[in-house]
Design a protein around this ligand. Structure first.
Ligand code: UDP
Length: 239
């Protein structure tokens, strides 16, 4: 892959490794044990965490660890073509992807028999919703005071034709010459990639480049979450 050719320009003029404007905030749902909002461009994810709490029916309890449950929901009005409100196969699959991406974050063994529930609502979607949801959930889990190894960063890398880029918009995902989506979740302290998906084609050199760019950006996203946690803590309105 030869980046010097640069056949493609990004529609919004961003540099290849430039992500959209990000803002994140902890403590946005007062009834939850922990919560957060993560906005990246025109994508908005809200995460609410309940637990650790009693798990019923009892036969689902695991005496060695907590059960982590994640629900992802793309709201009906979040996209221009109204999405049916019932959970779609995509919603269910993304709940599972997000749960797997987050499992390594939490000391689940500290909470035997209990449940930790993570609800992710996407109120506005312009691609990158699973990654925004994971960042929001990571921050919300920390806001809930759940014992965690660290925070998780998540971003979609990818390619527009031969051009390796970060954080594709929906317009970019629909690029007529073919776009590649490579969402990554990374835990910087453990050096662990906990989710990696690939939709589209990419050369091995392009894949390595996308992975490197994505990992570097995940580290920055974790720092932003740390800042948001500090701000919420200093506000002092945590229960
Ligand atoms: N999308 C949509 N309707 C749907 C599902 C997705 O319009 O029922 C749009 C939405 O903007 C979403 C994008 O397609 O962000 C890309 O979806 P994808 O499944 O690739 O996941 P994401 O990039 O959001 O993690």
């Amino acid at each position: 892959m030869n980046q010097s050719k640069k056949a493609v320009k990004r529609p919004d003029g961003r540099k290849v490794d430039e992500i959209r404007k990000v803002s994140c905030k902890a403590g946005v749902v007062k009834n939850a044990d922990g919560s957060a909002e993560f906005i990246i461009g025109n994508t908005t994810a809200i995460a609410a965490v309940y637990g650790p709490r009693e798990l019923y029916p009892k036969f689902k309890q695991d005496p060695s660890r907590a059960l982590l449950r994640c629900k992802y929901n793309l709201m009906s009005f979040s996209v221009s073509d109204r999405k049916r409100p019932a959970p779609s196969r995509r919603d269910i699959e993304l709940g599972l992807v997000i749960k797997n991406a987050l499992s390594q974050l939490i000391f689940l063994e500290k909470y035997p028999k209990l449940a930790i529930d993570v609800f992710i609502e996407i109120s506005q979607a312009d691609a990158g919703t699973r990654c925004a949801g994971i960042c929001a959930a990571s921050l919300a889990l920390a806001d809930a005071g759940i014992q965690m190894r660290e925070l998780a960063g998540s971003i979609a890398a990818g390619a527009l034709g031969d051009l390796v880029v970060l954080d594709l918009t929906k317009e970019e995902e629909d690029y007529p010459e073919g776009a590649t989506d490579l969402p990554i979740t990374y835990l910087p302290k453990q050096g662990l990639i906990t989710s990696l998906q690939l939709d589209g084609d990419i050369s091995f050199a392009g894949f390595k480049k996308a992975l490197k760019m994505g990992i570097n950006k995940c580290k920055e996203l974790v720092k932003l979450q740390e800042e948001a946690l500090k701000i919420n803590y200093l506000k002092g309105d945590k229960k």
